[in-house]
Design a protein around this ligand. Structure first.
Ligand SMILES: Nc1ncnc2c1ncn2[C@@H]1O[C@H](COP(=O)(O)OP(=O)(O)OP(=O)(O)O)[C@@H](O)[C@H]1O
Ligand SMILES: [Mg+2]
Length: 320
């Protein structure tokens, strides 16, 4: 626009017949620029729509991969509800009904109903079309939720997921479902990579640390790893080494993280396997800011987390 008005100013000084032509040229230029600007805006809206559709499609595939585990997660509380209902019916059939037992049975039924509802709620959230919503998120809570979602699948595959929440500042501004999608992708990849790993070593560590202005999340595995020249190719769309893979998980994860001002990189672990490093800008937490040591944990150790770290204050271990 500013270009249009600058042109208009320059042409206005022309005189004679040239003056009318000169007056038309900037108007035409403005019209062309306006058309191009509108076309560009429409294209970028279209690009954004396509991107969102792709992200959602990949999420549906992701949920599909977890379907056996989700079915199992819902089946468990439903079976417990049924057993408890049968037990209550038996009790009611007795000549002297032990009424003190009934409230306990009803409480169990209620708890299991809530458990099943939680699974369905998580699933619905992942499958919702929803627009991108940024809000304050605690990344530790998000990781715990993701590990809960993967718990059953990990158990089925004999994988142990260990979370070390070392970061003192874990608040980020982001879209919860998209960030969950990123973490699910990276952890599922780690689990895939460990299919051929000896059962005793099939552990993935998910670790958070403070970085300068960002939170660092690392996912370490002891899987088959990749060659050094593949480290960047992994993030290209449709790059896959899996039979049923689409090769979209990492490329979508990178674009989600970049849209959040973050990054993701892959490296080989010295002892074999891979480590994926995610960085996300932290949201300042004024109430606790003074208590935080900005230097603490600034550098991530590329080594396998030490055994001592397993006793970290907020460690969560899932499955055996
Ligand atoms: N932890 C890992 N260890 C070794 N290789 C990995 C790891 N994570 C990803 N890769 C490699 O990167 C490739 C691309 O991963 P990406 O998640 O983008 O796609 P995918 O897992 O093959 O398919 P999908 O689109 O279903 O996720 C994988 O096929 C695999 O070869
Ligand atoms: Mg993947």
């Amino acid at each position: 626009m500013s270009m249009g008005s600058r042109e208009a100013g320059r042409f206005a000084r022309a005189t004679g017949p040239g003056r009318a032509v000169a007056a038309l040229v900037p108007a035409a230029l403005v019209a062309v620029l306006l058309l191009r600007w509108n076309a560009m805006r429409a294209a970028s809206r279209e690009e954004q729509r396509c991107r969102q559709a792709l992200v959602r499609a990949a999420r549906i595939v992701l949920v599909g991969e977890l379907s056996a585990s989700i079915a199992h997660e819902i089946h468990q509380p439903l079976s417990a509800i049924r057993s408890n209902a049968d037990a209550a019916r038996l009790l009611l059939g007795q000549p002297s009904v032990p009424t003190q037992e009934l409230p306990r049975i009803l409480d169990c039924i209620r708890c299991d109903t809530v458990r099943a509802q939680e699974v369905i709620h998580r699933l619905r959230k992942l499958l919702e079309r929803g627009t991108l919503v940024r809000r304050d998120l605690n990344l530790h809570a998000l990781l715990e939720e993701v590990i809960k979602m993967l718990g059953d699948e990990a158990q089925r595959r004999g994988v142990v997921l260990v979370l070390h929440s070392h970061a003192a500042r874990a608040m980020v501004l982001g879209d919860e479902v998209q960030l969950q999608q990123v973490m699910l992708n990276v952890i599922l990849n780690a689990m895939d990579a460990m299919r051929g790993t000896a059962a005793a070593a099939r552990t993935a560590f998910i670790e958070t640390r403070d970085g300068p202005g960002h939170i660092v999340v690392q996912v370490h595995d002891r899987g088959h790893g990749f060659s050094p020249d593949e480290a960047e190719a992994l993030f290209q769309a449709f790059f896959t080494t899996k039979d049923g893979g689409m090769g979209l998980g990492l490329s979508i994860s990178r674009s989600i993280l970049e849209a959040h001002g973050g990054t993701i990189h892959a490296a080989s672990r010295s002892g074999g396997g891979a480590v994926f490093t995610i960085r996300l800008p932290v949201r300042p937490e004024p109430a606790h800011a003074e208590a935080v040591d900005p230097v603490q944990g600034a550098g991530m150790s590329p080594a396998w987390p030490s055994e001592g770290a397993r006793t970290a204050a907020r460690s969560t271990e899932v499955t055996q």
